[in-house]
Design a protein around this ligand. Structure first.
Ligand SMILES: Nc1nc2c(ncn2[C@@H]2O[C@H](COP(=O)(O)OP(=O)(O)OP(=O)(O)O)[C@@H](O)[C@H]2O)c(=O)[nH]1
Ligand SMILES: [Mg+2]
Length: 294
């Protein structure tokens, strides 16, 4: 049997729905999502195998322009590095608009890579009278590359996108087992599940100044016992996360635990502490320790 297999990187400005698309495609929540930009900080692979075709998608952090700190530079470097050796790049934009940031993200993709423009959130478009002129503009802007309107959230047209991709994948052996969904280990997924709750629960400032570390992860029979620490940049942030009577932290931990039990199909015992670690986002040693590539 001839098989097709290839790597498809998902890039685009923050908050366009890259991670939602990845999760939709693999049918499991391997990448965290929120309505705040900069949710994804580490590239995550999502794998999907349909018969004789294996898709290896790489979700990346949104391409950053606003702030020039060490963390953002590390994020942008990881986007650029994710483009190395891939077969296809998907540029995700929001249907109906072509922003200057979209064009700059597009310019990051070498033109030696097969490119597809994905116009997400098409559920927000009001019919063909809005869609057709947009498609025409996108066609001119992106030099006639394929443009596929989808809704990652609702799933509209995602199968059509997969069909467009499948045709372009090289003929080669699978790189993962047919039932693999991600390359990331359970420690990573656990830390991310907690970080997602910070993004979804707290105001703007805190999530960006925090990072989650897994201190221990043990199997006890079929139960996973996980101990995590949320590091924040400032002592005063600790109280904001913990909340009155510890209520906020308790809720975030129990939401994260529920997600993880679903993802791991097994019982999880999760304990989460909050500690201050001043200046971690500007400290190269801390950035390395928390898994940001140099
Ligand atoms: N209406 C609508 N909203 C969507 C769709 N796809 C994603 N969203 C929402 O858009 C927001 C951002 O989604 P993410 O998947 O986290 O976006 P991202 O591009 O991965 O963001 P970063 O990792 O921060 O760069 C979330 O609130 C999603 O629920 C869609 O098809 N339609
Ligand atoms: Mg993301």
């Amino acid at each position: 049997m001839t098989t097709r297999c290839g790597t498809i990187v998902i890039i685009g400005k923050p908050n366009v729905g890259k991670s939602t698309l990845l999760n939709r495609i693999v049918g499991s929540k391997v990448s965290i999502t929120s309505n705040k930009p900069q949710t994804t900080r580490h590239p995550v692979r999502g794998i999907r195998t349909d018969g004789d075709v294996q898709f290896i998608f790489v979700d990346t952090p949104g391409f950053q322009e606003r702030h020039g700190g060490s963390l953002n530079r590390a994020l942008n470097r990881s986007v650029s590095r994710s483009l190395d050796g891939v077969d296809i790049a998907l540029l995700v934009i929001i249907a109906g608009t072509i922003a200057p940031e979209d064009i700059r993200a597009f310019e990051e993709i070498p033109d030696t890579i097969d490119r597809i423009i994905v116009a997400n959130k098409s559920d927000r478009i009001h019919g063909p009278s809005e869609m057709l002129p947009f498609l025409q503009r996108a066609n001119t802007q992106f030099g006639g590359l394929p443009i596929v309107p989808i809704s990652a959230q609702g799933g509209r047209n995602v199968d059509e996108l997969l069909a467009v991709i499948a045709k372009r994948l090289p003929e080669q052996a699978f790189m993962y087992e047919a039932d693999d969904v991600t390359d990331r280990d359970e420690r990573f997924l656990a830390a991310e599940a907690i970080r997602e709750k910070l993004f979804r629960t707290l105001g703007d400032e805190i999530p960006y100044a925090s990072v989650v570390a897994i201190e221990s992860f043990q199997m006890e029979g079929t139960m996973r016992r996980i101990h995590a620490v949320i590091y924040v940049d400032r002592e005063s942030h600790k109280g904001i996360i913990v909340g009155a009577g510890g209520g906020k932290l308790k809720k975030m931990a129990s939401d994260a635990r529920r997600d993880l039990e679903k993802l791991f199909s097994g019982k999880v015992h999760l304990e989460v502490w909050v500690k201050a670690r001043h200046g971690w986002a500007e400290n190269p040693n801390d950035l390395r320790r928390f898994g940001f590539e140099e």
